[in-house]
Design a protein around this ligand. Structure first.
Ligand code: F6R
Length: 242
């Protein structure tokens, strides 16, 4: 594992964007796994700028997002498809037909999850998976529990995740209670992993995830067993790991 404490949140975003750009330049038809949330917004802006400057092209890239709320249509402004369009897909030269987000509007969880795994396999698997870190150690929507869930599945969101996400909705009652998410097995099957983390409120979980015991109670801790992981944190998130 490469663990990098960046000089600032901006530096974290720039380094992470460079990491992704290196993959795309080396293999223009690579398969990227993508994340939503506050943390990657800065790095997506960097990638958009690189693309506008002609340094990078997403024309042949295929993407798979980690997760999507169950029950939200792609047009809903809090859906993860909407987020991705807003921050990346509509601003770069990507072929939208190559972008994949679990089908939140389809209530048939078994069908949605099986189709997602099949699509990832048909694309040849994920080359580089981008991840953020939840305050409770979740990755995707894989919450702390007794085992590591393997494949894409439907989850009941924990109270802490509902609370954390409620800032993005008009009121807490509007936050969906379920989501479709890649499993830990899906994430661990990616050839390479890039995680970005920012903020003092994540300092403790960063330490536990990357320097503590591997346990499904801290889902991100499994990444310690992945052969190719880069973690880039801002100084606040990394302050207990110096
Ligand atoms: C989002 C996702 C989540 C977030 C995590 C951190 O697709 O998979 O696991 O990465 O909740 O979110 P932020 O960056 O908002 O703190």
């Amino acid at each position: 594992m490469e663990f990098i404490i960046a000089d600032s949140a901006e530096d974290m975003s720039r380094r992470a964007a460079d990491h992704i750009a290196d993959w795309v330049c080396a293999d223009p038809a690579c398969v990227l796994g993508l994340a939503t949330g506050t943390t990657p917004i800065g790095l997506y802006a960097e990638l958009v700028a690189d693309c506008a400057a002609g340094k990078l092209s997403f024309a042949d890239v295929t993407t798979f997002n980690l997760d999507e709320y169950r029950g939200l249509a792609p047009e809903h402004d809090q859906s993860y498809r909407y987020f991705m369009k807003q921050h990346l897909f509509d601003k770069v030269d990507i072929d939208q037909a190559r972008t994949h987000v679990p089908e939140g509007a389809n209530p048939d969880a078994d069908a949605v999850c099986a189709a997602y795994e099949e699509a990832i396999e048909a694309a040849g698997g994920i080359d580089l998976q981008l991840l953020g870190l939840g305050p409770n150690g979740h990755i995707g929507f894989n919450e702390p529990e007794d085992t590591f869930p393997k494949t894409t599945h439907c989850v009941d969101l924990t109270e802490s995740t509902i609370q954390a996400n409620s800032r993005l909705f008009d009121c807490i009652d509007d936050v969906p209670r379920q989501a479709y998410t890649m499993g830990i097995g899906t994430i661990m099957a990616a050839r390479s992993i890039l995680m970005v983390v920012e903020g003092a409120h994540k300092a403790d979980i960063v330490k536990r995830a990357f320097f503590g015991p591997v346990t499904p109670q801290v889902p991100a801790s499994i990444l310690q067993f992945h052969p190719d992981v880069t973690v880039i944190v801002d100084p606040e998130a990394g302050k207990l790991c110096r």
